[in-house]
Design a protein around this ligand. Sequence first.
Ligand SMILES: [Zn+2]
Length: 390
Amino acid sequence: MPRQLSDFLLKGGRLIDPASGRDGLFDVRVRDGVVDAIGADLPPDGPAVIDVKDQIVTPGLIDVHLHLMKGLGAFGVDPDVFGVGSGVTTVVDAGSAGHSLLNVFRNYVTDNAKTRVLNYINLSTLGGVTGPGYSILADPRLIDEDKIEKAVEANRDIIVGIKIMATGGALGAQGLKPLERARKLGDSLKLPLLVHIGESWTKDTAPVHVGDVLKYLRAGDIVTHMFTVHPGGLLDGNGKLWPQVRDAKESGVLMDVGHGLHNLNFDIARRVLDQGLQPDGVSTDGHRGNRAGPVYDLPTTMAKLMALGFSLNQVIEMATVNAARLLGRMNELGTLRIGLPAEISVLRIEDREWNAVDSQKGMIPAKQALVPVYAIRQGAIFEPLIIERP
Ligand SMILES: [Zn+2]
């Protein structure tokens, strides 16, 4: 059970808030669940004191790609598992619900969670109903623009974009047609597209070339699974970035990690990073099937990026302000600002050697682990669920 505490002082921690440029010993005072003061050595002044000495305090971490419809197929997981149960205050479902399930999602997932739960609506009416590997876009009737528009307009507060599976398996005989329709819909609804690349589930169909997919994307759209080893990824047969990938990045298309069961490969990541392409967002692609490994939680995924060479500040930047930008929620999320609801993560850095493992069981040595300590949201302080982390 979380501790209910709407007035308190977080004392002695190292605050890292890339959006505000703060990195140092700053206390954070919360009143009525709202950030009331940020400063060095604030006096206790009444409210309860939470000692976070030697710990890292950040704006509430944001995990931008998960599967959160608990009970739906083999994947759906309770949002509070990867959310406040993992030191994370905002989680985003990537396409579990098409338009017909959106009210169910809203009423039973978003409204029941302790974590803030946002949503990418699936372009296909089927969403995650069939489970992966089905041709959910192959019948043109499975995209219904009018119904998607109605669902979006009724739920703008939680919808952050449109999810499309850009795989040969999902698109089937429709080829690139669904991408064309997604583009039009995204433009008319003013929502970004979140595009899954990589043929991780379908082995029998010809993969879609990422260059063909990127033709339909614009600034603010997101490609997820940037480090996938599966056909349809960012690299050509010689391990070079397809030229269209650089062009897309330069035009403002965003890149997300989307770890998952299949799509974080350290060899691919190294090649992509060596060629100068950086992730904009870090996400777990968390679901019921990868919680116990290889994914575990967002802090562990962030620590894997640290093992690949990113700094602590960089991975925190990805999971806070960059994620908020990617979601179009810069005004409310991703930074600690006086007057905003106090959504805060507290983490601990452990200096120890461990092996980071990718989706293909590839291993790289890591020197620091990142462990959740608290997630703070809506006047409640959540301790993480106990799992065995690497
Ligand atoms: Zn996913």
